[in-house]
Write a protein that binds this ligand. Structure first.
Ligand SMILES: O=C(O)CCC(=O)C(=O)O
Ligand SMILES: [Fe+2]
Length: 276
């Protein structure tokens, strides 16, 4: 049975644990279409950049803000996606902050230190962490061998930790992370292609390098409610309500790549690399 909507039990689970996994959020045809574009689309390839972890291993990613009429844009604007985000964030207008195609290559794909996404977004000048979440969709199998995401269950209730540079990333203040690790359960988020993980902006998460010989690719889309107006972020996608499209439009788009006019992020524009 394909996914339709989140239940009140699932919403409650998100509030308790800070995350929820939805198996088969996308069907196989949708995954095939998206993964084909991820590896074949010129715009996605041309606008990719590398971020180094502390050991110099690199993760390739492509980040864009405004969702268009391409296949990825339609996915991030789909009724299934926006309704799920609405259920979890509650009242307000759902806006798409940005999406990132995470390309964690075999042997070279770098690690991500323990962090909260709001550790970054605070620096963009957002004031309401409860109005923000991320959705990770697996495009390939993600498991312990190829560096799947790890989350610290319930850590969103601890509030925002201080974040400091770790390589070109932001890492949460280590003594606090260690204390949190002693108190909470660490969960390896193993996903099949098409599974989705919805997670709160303050949940602590990390991933290890991909030392396997299989890629670990995923899409991470961040959403925000329009009242949460940031005072540093200049791109307005995060305060522009999403124009919702029917779920069927993803397959109907028949592998449409991103437009070269898309507002892709250039690495030198990344606020967390510039703001102290
Ligand atoms: O893809 C991963 O392993 C983690 C990425 C992440 O947490 C992020 O980009 O904020
Ligand atoms: Fe993150």
């Amino acid at each position: 049975m394909s996914f339709t909507s989140l239940s009140p039990v699932q919403k409650n689970q998100y509030e308790q644990d800070g995350y929820i996994i939805i198996p088969s959020f996308l069907n196989q045809d949708e995954v095939d279409l998206l993964y084909g574009l991820a590896t074949g689309d010129n715009a996605l390839r041309n606008h990719a950049f590398d971020l180094n972890d502390q050991t110099g291993k690199r993760t390739k990613l492509t980040l864009w803000f405004t969702p268009g009429d391409d296949t990825y844009g339609l996915l991030t604007r789909s009724e299934r996606m926006v309704k799920s985000v609405q259920t979890l964030l509650g009242e307000g207008e759902v806006c798409h902050f940005h999406s990132k195609l995470m390309q964690k290559e075999p042997k070279v794909g770098g690690a991500w230190e323990w962090h909260q996404d709001y550790g970054y977004w605070y620096k963009n000048g957002f004031l309401y962490p409860d109005a923000m979440l991320s959705v990770m969709i697996a495009l390939t199998q993600a498991n312990q061998e190829n560096g799947c995401l790890q989350v610290l269950k319930g850590s969103h209730k601890m509030g925002r930790f201080e974040h400091l540079f770790a390589g070109e990333q932001q890492g949460a203040d280590l003594p606090f992370v260690e204390e949190a690790l002693n108190r909470l359960e660490k969960v390896y988020v193993e996903l099949n292609p098409g599974d989705a993980l919805f997670f709160h902006s303050n949940i602590l998460h990390m991933s290890e390098a991909n030392l396997s010989d299989r890629p670990r690719w995923s899409l991470i889309s961040a959403y925000n409610l329009s009242y949460n107006v940031p005072f540093r972020e200049k791109n307005t996608s995060c305060i522009t309500p999403v124009k919702v499209v029917p779920d069927a439009s993803i397959l109907e788009s028949d592998a449409t790549g991103l437009s070269e006019q898309t507002d892709f992020l250039k690495k030198e524009q990344e606020i967390t690399l510039n703001v102290k």
